[in-house]
Ligand binder design. Structure first.
Ligand code: ATP
Length: 859
């Protein structure tokens, strides 16, 4: 953020100009690579191999004059397409909304006001302000700059940042690695260099997630098995003298019965809806993989400022060599005063205090403004706190000498210096972390002017800083010196004093840390701040860091020592972004799934390396957001834990419907195989199988995906990254259900055959549908009985259940469906038998769950 005095043309564009320029130049955006239209999503529903085969089969049936079969297939294909479309379109919309939320912003000056607008609204002629970590939002020309360095690797491939001086061009898409600038936009959208050389794809990626890949493989494997079984069943059909068309249809429906080809799509839909649910809770994911990986997170590495604390800095104490001062007031409200031993002080009373306030005021980019009753800080909160301090000390804040050079703050250097040009010459003003500032001082300011800073004096200052930090204060040391020219020399300075500011911990974080611990997730605090401050905050929030390791100590550790340290409850302080990268790597080598927060430009590598890079929307730079998988809209640690909870729910629910769908398919396959071996008439007609798989199962499966999270979900340890969707335990459960439902259907069929094949087949078909629908309740949770889950938890599931049973009743009694599915009406007797055979499906699993038999196996 730039200083107001930097701006040459403080007005920027005006409303009328904006209107005219918009008509002339349009928006600052590139045509999107792909934006899927509704028609494409709809067409996509009919491109699966099996669906295409069904369509061909329908056409063959039509050609052979089998109108009813053709119609039935047609109806199933259309219904399946419509269902698939509605789901996928919702997912597509959810992802689109996310994409819009992720779009970049730019800081402009328009009508004399500084404001943040979506980057697509920029126009040529706009005045923009650029700071470290920003992405240059359009092609521009620098008007003023301080230490501006730009990474142009997206355009040139050259990763070493280049310095830019006034009047040099800046290119859209490049990033500010340090310094800040004021620039005027010269070209937007497709007129920019970047627009010419590159085509931006959407920022939400859609590469398949591990789960999607795994299910894709599963579907393929089952596909091969299905072809084998289909050929076998068809061969038996030929042997029994069925017509060619019927044999073909039978083989085809067998294949459809076995292959859960809709699974990857259902998973995508579930993940996308999960992403939308996360966004409602202030967590934006940049790709679907993140939703999934979040569920497996085992360590959260979090920074402190803003994530664990409010990032609302208020100066409370000032230390100088000769005195200690208290500061009253709260927040950014300048009401309050500086006092010494209860005596209020004003500007001019104490030269050392005045100097301290002056350094804080000038060595800063923050601004205060009043919005209604509250005072708001713009820029870095640490700097804003120093501005507030200057106001409280009655420092003259308006008439200021110009600042002609700056060495900007970076998290590596942990200090910042400016060169102020006053009437009597230049002065270097520095502020930063005490260790790094005290180290460059050889004098200390006293009431009588500068005095030599002895070793004892430096130790006393360090000790004072330590004591403040221990009480949870963020400590900033202030120093100054006369400049010898136009260069900033950060050496041989005069230490002015230390200021201690509080940044209260966020109240909700303690609960979130406890929840994370309960879920087997460790929280590591990794901060650039003082170790004593880190310790204080960690203790207040119950992070339980027994030891705080500093960046300097970390540098001395080899990988083995680091691994050993990480196996204990530790925290890290005074770390640099490079240290973060090393910590992520070491944790991953220990088999952890790591979520790591970061906000600066230099944090990008650590964010990329982490399994889940987490950036802050408010505090984070565009570069950090670009590198992250998850963006926290409220910068809050608690939001990460919320997102993990959601990630776990999505993974668990996916598992639930995968098991459910496969158990349904298994039942049908068992029934068909037994039926073929018994040489009985066909138990299910092909159209009936299509009906079961493509219509009634799909709807219930999607409803199962909406299950709320189980209470136990946040009490379990994180799943291992090697955990598969289908464990051996799940396969056993699937087989058990398949064997029972298959056998029950065959039993119904055989018992009712004396009444005629049509009645027997209708009963077996209806029985199978009812069995499958009833089993869905068992799959809601393999360890918690339904009476404990409560039926109201997932009303959509109840609705889907009721709707599908009603649909099946219609299939039996409504003439058009009777014709399509070749059913006949059933009597009370048959319904009674179906109900009796369904009962065990409802009761037995509940008893087993209550006895805890499934626990730890298939859960
Ligand atoms: P976290 O990583 O938890 O967010 P942090 O924000 O304190 O911690 P940094 O921003 O890297 O980490 O700051 C590190 C240290 O640098 C701070 O403890 C402080 O002493 C000093 N510092 C912070 N902001 C400034 C600033 N604007 N100017 C000068 N020094 C600063």
């Amino acid at each position: 953020m730039a200083e107001p005095h930097m701006i040459q043309d403080p007005q920027g564009l005006t409303g009328a100009e904006i209107h005219r320029l918009r008509a002339e130049h349009g928006w600052n955006e590139l045509p999107r690579g792909k934006r899927v239209s509704a028609a494409v999503v709809l067409l996509r529903q009919f491109t699966g191999v099996l669906v295409l085969m069904l369509i061909v089969a329908g056409l063959i049936a039509l050609a052979l004059g089998e109108r009813v079969d053709a119609l039935a297939i047609g109806a199933v294909v259309v219904l399946n397409g419509v269902l698939g479309f509605t789901q996928e379109w919702r997912a597509e919309q959810a992802m689109r909304a996310l994409q819009a939320m992720l779009s970049p912003h730019a800081t402009v000056i328009r009508d004399g006001q500084e404001r943040v607008i979506p980057a697509r609204e920029l126009l040529p002629g706009d005045l923009i302000l650029l700071a470290e970590g920003d992405r240059v939002p359009a092609d521009a020309e620098t008007l003023r700059e301080v230490g501006l360095q730009i990474d142009e690797s997206v355009l040139t491939g050259e990763s070493v940042p280049v310095s830019k001086i006034t009047a040099e061009p800046l290119f859209s898409g490049t990033t500010v690695t340090s310094g800040h600038a004021e620039a005027r936009v010269t070209a937007i959208g497709t007129e920019t260099e970047f627009g010419r050389v590159a085509l931006l794809t959407g920022s939400v990626e859609d590469t398949p997630t591990t789960l999607q890949r795994e299910l894709g493989i599963l579907a393929r494997q089952l596909g091969w098995v299905a072809i084998g079984v289909a050929v076998l069943v068809a061969a038996m059909g030929v042997w029994r003298g069925l017509e060619t068309l019927q044999v073909f249809m039978l083989g085809l429906s067998m294949a459809v019965a076995m292959v859960p080809e809709g699974l990857p799509a259902v998973v995508t839909v579930t993940l996308a809806l999960g992403a939308a649910a996360m966004a409602r809770q202030n967590a934006l994911v940049r790709n679907l993989q993140a939703v999934e990986t979040l569920g497996a997170a085992s360590v959260i590495c979090t920074d402190k400022t803003g994530t664990l604390t409010e990032n609302q800095m208020t100066v409370r104490e000032i230390w100088t060599r000769d005195a200690a001062y208290e500061v009253t007031g709260s927040g950014y409200d300048p009401a309050g005063h500086v006092a010494q031993g209860g005596h209020k002080l004003r500007w001019g009373d104490d030269p050392v205090l005045d100097r301290a306030c002056h350094v804080g005021l000038v060595c800063s980019h923050a601004r205060l403004s009043r919005e209604g009753e509250t005072w708001v800080a713009h820029g870095d909160p640490t700097e804003a706190a120093l501005i507030v301090l200057a106001h409280k000390a009655w420092a003259p804040t308006d008439a200021r000498a110009p600042v002609i050079a700056e060495l900007p703050f970076t998290s590596d250097r942990k200090r910042m210096s400016v060169l102020e040009l006053g009437e009597g010459g230049g002065t270097v003003l520095t502020k930063g972390a005490p260790e790094l500032v005290i180290g460059i001082c050889d004098r200390v300011l006293t009431a009588h002017g500068p005095a030599p800073l002895t070793d004892e004096g430096a130790d006393a200052a360090r000790e004072a800083a330590h004591r403040m930090a221990e009480r949870g204060f963020r400590v900033i040391a202030l120093a100054s010196r006369e400049a010898s020219g136009e260069m900033i020399e950060e050496s041989r300075m005069v230490l002015v004093g230390l200021v201690g500011m509080i940044d209260p911990p966020r109240m909700e974080v303690a609960g979130a840390i406890r929840a994370a611990r309960g879920a087997g997730i460790r929280t590591l605090i990794i901060t650039g701040d003082h170790p004593a401050t880190a310790r204080n905050v960690a203790d207040q929030l119950g992070i339980g860091a027994k030891r705080i390791v500093t960046g300097a100590e970390l540098a001395k550790m080899d990988d083995a020592a680091l691994a050993e340290t990480l196996s204990q409850p530790v925290g890290f302080a005074r770390v640099s972004p490079a240290d973060k990268l090393r910590i992520v790597g070491a944790l991953q080598a220990l088999g952890e799934t790591v979520a790591m927060t970061g906000d600066g430009v230099n944090d990008a590598p650590a964010l990329r390396k982490a399994d889940i890079g987490v950036a802050m929307a408010i505090r984070g730079t565009e570069v950090a957001k670009d590198a992250a998988d998850l963006i926290l809209l409220d910068d809050n640690y608690a939001t990460i834990v919320g997102a993990i909870r959601e990630g776990r729910r999505q993974f668990d629910n996916t598992r639930k419907f995968v098991r459910y769908l496969l158990s349904s398919n298994a039942g049908e396959v068992v029934a068909l195989i037994v039926n073929t071996i018994m040489l009985a008439p066909l138990i299910f007609l092909p159209t009936q199988i299509l009906w079961m798989n493509l219509i009634t199962d799909g709807v219930t499966a999607v409803a199962l995906g909406l299950e709320p999270s189980e209470k136990a979900q946040m009490r379990d340890p994180p799943r291992a990254s090697t955990d598969r969707v289908l464990s051996l335990g799940s396969v056993t459960v699937i087989m058990a259900f398949g064997l029972y439902t298959g056998a029950a259907a065959v039993l119904l069929f055989e018992m009712l055959r004396p009444l005629g094949v049509d009645v027997a087949r209708t009963a077996a078909f209806t029985g199978m549908v009812v069995f499958e629908k009833v089993s869905v309740f068992a799959f809601r949770s393999l360890r918690t009985p339904n009476w404990r889950l409560g039926l109201s938890g997932n009303p959509v599931l109840l609705l889907a259940f009721a709707a599908m049973i009603s649909l099946q009743v219609a299939a039996v009694y409504w003439a058009p469906l009777q014709t399509l599915l070749q059913t006949v009406p059933l009597g009370w007797n048959e319904w009674g038998m179906i109900a009796a055979l369904s009962l065990p499906l409802l009761i037995v699993p509940e008893i087993l769950k209550s006895l805890g038999l499934f626990r730890g196996r298939a859960a």
